[in-house]
Design a protein around this ligand. Structure first.
Ligand code: BEZ
Length: 409
């Protein structure tokens, strides 16, 4: 895989988001509850031709409201694109997608997940943006033995222990942040770094992951702040604290609407030209990049995907995504696309669509041919993947996360 030195695609700007209904795949006319393959057919388990697979019912649990709503729409689109590219099927099985709104906290996400499992009786679930929600529903999936493919939330404990029912097509919060620590330590030399993040599991783990590798590389911390999640609208007091600390750089974790608020105010407060800002790549990903605009230019960040990756696989994916949605894909879309791919491969491997068979099939998936590059699952069922150093640049009038290099891990 090579890395684009500049934006060569003019596919760039995000158009308005498609209505949620467009992203819903409803291929089934009937069916309820868990389904088991009719089996005994002739194609060796799962291909399209001649398979007698029962339909599969998939819960898609993503935020359709709250600070992460835009991420949820990206995930709907990514999941739907995989279905569209596969005749609306997963591993050869007809699919019914049942959507549920995760909202932005366990208060909404846990009941939504519970309804999918107990009421809708889905065979498997994909999605979940928030670490707090993922942590809140982990036991539900393990105890009910319904496989969950987490397509964003990065909390380490979600996959710790490698339950056969919990898989992740995204990242760990600590992993994204840790990839950046040694690089920033080198950039600041004798200077120090101020850490500021959203006050919940993802922000805490991102801060912790960064600190670990940054300090191991000789870095010094100037100060640390956590801002109330989902309710902070005025970062000025925190920005004053950053300036007063004498830090020579800042590391941060924010995503969704909070990423726009922080980045915009960092610029308005005059820190942009004064103290370089480093981040987990969610700060500048997708719709928030356009919303932050000029304020985001120059921010260096780490992530496992950029639409700028110049590989045959990614170019084809970007082209298909733009054709479908008139906007470039985000990391969130890719993670959901890959969650669908993992479920498809699992059903194909198992030759059946009931929960237990899908869980078993997930352990047989091997490598996934993702737009980010090929990845496999580790012993905790997290992706083994490279992380990239990206920088927001304006090329030909479009803001993008240009990939500068692969980060050492
Ligand atoms: C999380 O809660 O793990 C998360 C949310 C948004 C972006 C990245 C991580």
């Amino acid at each position: 895989m090579s890395i684009r030195p500049s934006i060569v695609k003019q596919l760039g700007r995000r158009a308005s988001l498609v209505p949620a209904a467009v992203a819903v795949a409803l291929v089934l006319a009937s069916c309820g509850g868990s389904s088991v393959s009719g089996g005994g057919d002739d194609d060796g388990g799962g291909g399209d031709e001649g398979a007698a697979l029962d339909p599969v019912k998939i819960g898609l649990l993503v935020p359709l409201s709250g600070v992460y709503a835009a991420l949820g729409e990206d995930m709907q689109q990514g999941f739907q694109l995989y279905l569209d590219e596969n005749d609306g099927k997963l591993g050869g099985a007809e699919v019914e997608v049942v959507e549920a709104d995760e909202g932005e906290s366990p208060g909404t996400g846990v009941p939504a997940a519970t309804r999918l499992v107990t009421q809708d009786q889905v065979d498997a679930v994909a999605g979940i943006v928030s670490s707090a929600v993922a942590l809140g529903v982990k036991d539900l999936f393990v105890e009910s033995k319904v496989p969950l493919v987490v397509a964003n939330a990065g909390a380490n404990d979600v996959t710790a222990g490698g339950s056969p029912y919990i898989w992740r097509s995204s990242f760990t919060n600590g992993g994204v942040a840790a990839a950046l620590g040694a690089y920033v330590a080198e950039q600041v030399g004798d200077g120090s770094v101020y850490l500021i993040s959203a006050d919940y599991a993802a922000g805490a783990e991102s801060t912790g992951g960064f600190k670990e590798t940054f300090e191991a590389a000789g870095g010094t911390i100037a100060g640390e702040a956590f801002t109330p999640f989902g309710t902070t609208t005025d970062w000025q007091p925190y920005l004053q604290g950053i300036r007063a600390s004498g830090a020579s750089a800042v590391y941060t974790f924010y995503a969704g609407a909070e990423a726009v608020g922080f980045t915009t105010q960092y610029n308005q407060f005059g820190l942009k030209g004064e103290i370089p800002l480093y981040a987990a790549g969610f700060l500048t990903e997708g719709g928030v990049l356009e919303a932050s605009g000029e304020a985001a230019v120059g921010i260096q960040n780490s992530l496992h995907y950029s639409d700028q990756i110049d590989s045959e696989r990614n170019n084809a994916f970007v082209e298909a995504y733009v054709a479908a949605y008139d906007e470039v894909p985000t990391t969130y879309a890719v993670q959901a696309y890959d969650a669908a791919a993992a479920l498809g491969l699992a059903i194909e491997a198992a030759g059946a669509t009931d929960s237990e068979s899908i869980a078993q099939g997930l352990s047989e998936v091997g490598e996934i041919d993702s737009p980010r590059g090929t990845f496999s699952f580790d012993e905790n069922h997290d992706p083994v993947q490279p992380y990239y150093l990206r920088e927001v640049q304006e090329v030909d009038g479009v803001l993008a996360n240009v990939v500068l290099q692969e980060l050492e891990q």
